[in-house]
Design a protein around this ligand. Structure first.
Ligand SMILES: NC(=O)c1ccc[n+]([C@@H]2O[C@H](COP(=O)([O-])OP(=O)(O)OC[C@H]3O[C@@H](n4cnc5c(N)ncnc54)[C@H](O)[C@@H]3O)[C@@H](O)[C@H]2O)c1
Ligand SMILES: O=C(O)C[C@H](O)C(=O)O
Ligand SMILES: [Mg+2]
Length: 628
């Protein structure tokens, strides 16, 4: 039996490994260390490693694309098949493999091979990041539903089984007091974007605990693919304060802390410590809060938004996307934008997303009505909010403070033939809304009865937003919407659905109303402006930019959101709008060589050019070895 005083015996293989690490210039006692250099442009990259270390490093790995001379320079000879492939050949080989799976897929409502595709893409991500993003960007329409909603939901649910190579950082309740030093374990000296979750409300799937890291990874994939954030400078983070999901707590394969969630001040102390640690190491980082249960989403946003560069995607990103869609719906009715404050809107769901949408939409209406208290009060009367307990009125007991401003006046509601707790069907029947918007996480909530009631809408073209994710949580499908309410409706869903063949040569267009159209641009614009905080004005500018992206011709056809294939261009425009607003609000402090004075001199076109030139593209840099 060994005790602490006995000499340590090292196995011969361990000695060999340590000697090898010394030879490679690494500290044998520290975990694997990497050197980080920028890959923008076509400049060579100086690397301090060779041989297998290069092949195992996805930032530098080119797989079969290493040229003969590079293989010699980097001691790779013999470690790869001899045939040198071009990038195109490599990608083709990969795509053939991927497509084979699809050909075998049965054509069902969901993709039976979605998880298999995720695994293949994930493995590529592990071994060759450049190629991974090249594939993702070139085929974004096809593979966003795999790396993002809906499949990412399935991935999070099955994360224990799917976990291979760790990605990102985990801060847990057990790490209290250690985070300030732990944060230095991450190898990158520069981090631009963090997406953090506590796993408490992953999409509409509830508390998935530590497995929620998948959502942070998926969101950051879009930051790289859509916003051109350098993948070396993104960091997915999971704050593991436990889980209240009893199934997970009993699962022996669960990878997270097997304890109930911390609450109250203890919870806040963990998140505070995390924020302090990451902003100490990377003062210019932007932190996106993702999929926190609404109980904490609002509190944390209020706590940090005036001190740190952060935003909550579910509250603020979703709000902007909804506003853009709602404005699109008005245009699709052939009405002028000024009619927006007249829209009657029924919202199902009063959580972080629903309340975020309600607040921002009310403010937008109030601005159009004169931006005074009277305008704000009258805008508030355009909404009827239904949650799990039915219509919310001032009679409701124990109402969340966030929902209070939207509780309907009891007398007014009685005159409309409604009451506290009225069902969604009753509300739709009585209100005859222009818009029915769902952020309830309840699949099928817009039942046949609800949709039939919507046929009585006073609008010439009612709009249905079934925004809950993933697919199975959508409040209704586009088929149901078009067949029950009518061919003329405007339809959007949070997760992608196919367009509907209406049978008479017409297509019922299915828009994807998802915050992916805004968060990458909000992050990129904030980064490049160097704004200290993310203001309401910057978020509003992002939403307006998205709304203006669609032409009149498109919206009249019911197309209110762009195709995901143009997401890189949309993100560029959104980022430019955010920068412009940050400059106007005097928040922009500049980024790298572009200081605040230079920024202020830029014209609208030059801002767009600046954004475009700052976006990372997946190209192999030339690698050159030099000893450290
Ligand atoms: N499309 C997007 O971009 C987008 C963005 C954010 C969130 N979402 C989706 O929105 C959903 C909700 O997210 P959240 O953060 O607000 O969740 P949440 O848990 O905070 O809120 C859910 C709300 O729905 C209400 N609800 C539950 N059952 C209901 C019922 N039968 N009828 C009416 N309301 C009911 C609850 O009372 C609660 O107010 C999730 O599915 C999420 O994926 C979509
Ligand atoms: O993640 C998404 O697809 C959208 C949104 O952030 C959500 O929580 O559903
Ligand atoms: Mg989310």
């Amino acid at each position: 039996m060994s005790n602490f005083n006995s000499p340590i015996r090292l196995s011969s293989s361990l000695i060999k490994h340590l000697k090898y690490r010394v030879r490679m210039g690494c500290n044998p006692l520290l975990p694997h260390s990497r050197s980080f250099t920028t890959t923008e442009g076509h400049r060579p990259i100086i690397v301090h490693k060779r041989s297998l270390d290069i092949l195992h490093d996805p930032w530098f790995n080119k797989g079969t694309s290493f040229s003969f001379t590079e293989r010699d320079r980097l001691d790779l000879r013999g470690l790869l098949p001899p045939n040198v492939m071009s990038t195109e050949q490599q990608i083709e080989r990969f795509m053939v493999d991927l497509k084979r799976l699809e050909e075998q897929a049965r054509d069902g409502p969901s993709d039976p091979n979605a998880l298999a595709k995720w695994r293949i893409l994930n493995r590529l991500h592990d071994r060759n990041e450049t190629m991974y993003y090249k594939v993702l960007i070139a085929n974004i329409e096809e593979y966003a539903p795999i790396v993002y909603t809906p499949t990412v939901g399935l991935v999070c649910q099955n994360y224990s089984g799917l976990f291979r190579r760790p990605r990102g950082m985990y801060f847990s309740a057990e790490d209290r007091g250690e985070m300030m030093s732990m944060v230095y374990n991450w190898p990158a000296d520069q981090v631009d974007m963090i997406v953090v979750t506590d796993g408490s409300r992953i999409l509409g799937l509830g508390d998935l605990g530590v497995q929620g890291i998948g959502i942070a990874i998926g969101k950051l994939d879009l930051y790289v693919a859509a916003a051109g954030i350098n993948p070396q400078r993104v960091l997915p983070v999971m704050i593991d304060v436990g889980s209240n999901n009893e199934k997970l707590l009993k699962d022996p394969l669960y990878l997270g802390l097997q304890r109930h969630r911390l609450d109250g001040d203890e919870y806040l102390a963990v998140v505070d410590e995390f924020m302090e640690a990451v902003f100490t190491r990377w003062p210019h980082v932007i932190v996106q809060f993702e999929d926190f249960q609404s109980k904490w989403a609002f509190k944390l946003l209020q706590r940090y938004r005036n001190t740190y560069r952060m935003f909550n995607d579910d509250v603020q990103g979703t709000a902007g996307v909804a506003i853009a869609g709602l404005l699109g719906a008005v245009r699709a009715q052939g009405r002028p934008m000024i009619d927006f404050p007249k829209q009657k809107i029924v919202v199902a769901g009063a959580g972080s997303a629903g309340i975020g949408v309600l607040n921002a939409t009310r403010k937008t209406m109030a601005r159009m009505l004169g931006n005074n208290e009277h305008a704000f009060q009258s805008a508030g009367r355009q909404f009827w909010v239904v949650d799990a307990k039915g219509l919310i009125t001032e009679e409701r007991e124990d109402l969340d403070p966030e929902a209070c401003p939207f509780a309907r006046n009891v007398k007014e509601i009685h005159r409309q033939g409604l009451r506290e707790g009225a069902s969604l069907v009753e509300v739709v029947q009585q209100v005859k809304p222009d818009v029915l918007l769902g952020l309830s996480a309840v699949g099928g909530l817009f039942s046949k009865e609800v949709l039939e009631a919507l046929r009585g809408s006073t609008s010439t073209r009612p709009a249905i937003f079934a925004m809950s994710n993933p697919t199975t949580n959508a409040e209704c499908t586009p088929e149901e919407a078009f067949s029950i309410v009518g061919d003329n409706v405007v339809f959007a869903s949070g997760s992608p659905f196919k367009d509907v063949d209406l049978g008479n040569g017409h297509i019922g267009h299915c828009n994807q109303g998802n915050n992916m159209y805004l968060f990458p641009g909000i992050g990129l614009g904030t980064l490049l402006s160097g704004a200290r905080i993310i203001s309401d004005g910057m978020l509003q500018a992002a939403a307006e930019c998205l709304a203006a992206y669609m032409t009149d011709e498109e919206v009249l056809k019911g197309v209110i959101y762009p195709s995901i294939s143009s997401i890189r261009d949309i993100t560029k425009q959104v980022a430019a709008a955010v920068i412009k607003e940050a400059i106007e609000e005097d928040l922009a402090e500049g980024y790298r060589e572009m200081d605040s004075r230079e920024l202020r001199k830029l014209s609208q076109e030059e801002i767009k050019e600046y954004v475009q030139n700052s976006m990372w593209s997946p190209e192999y840099p030339t690698l050159v070895f030099r000893k450290e």
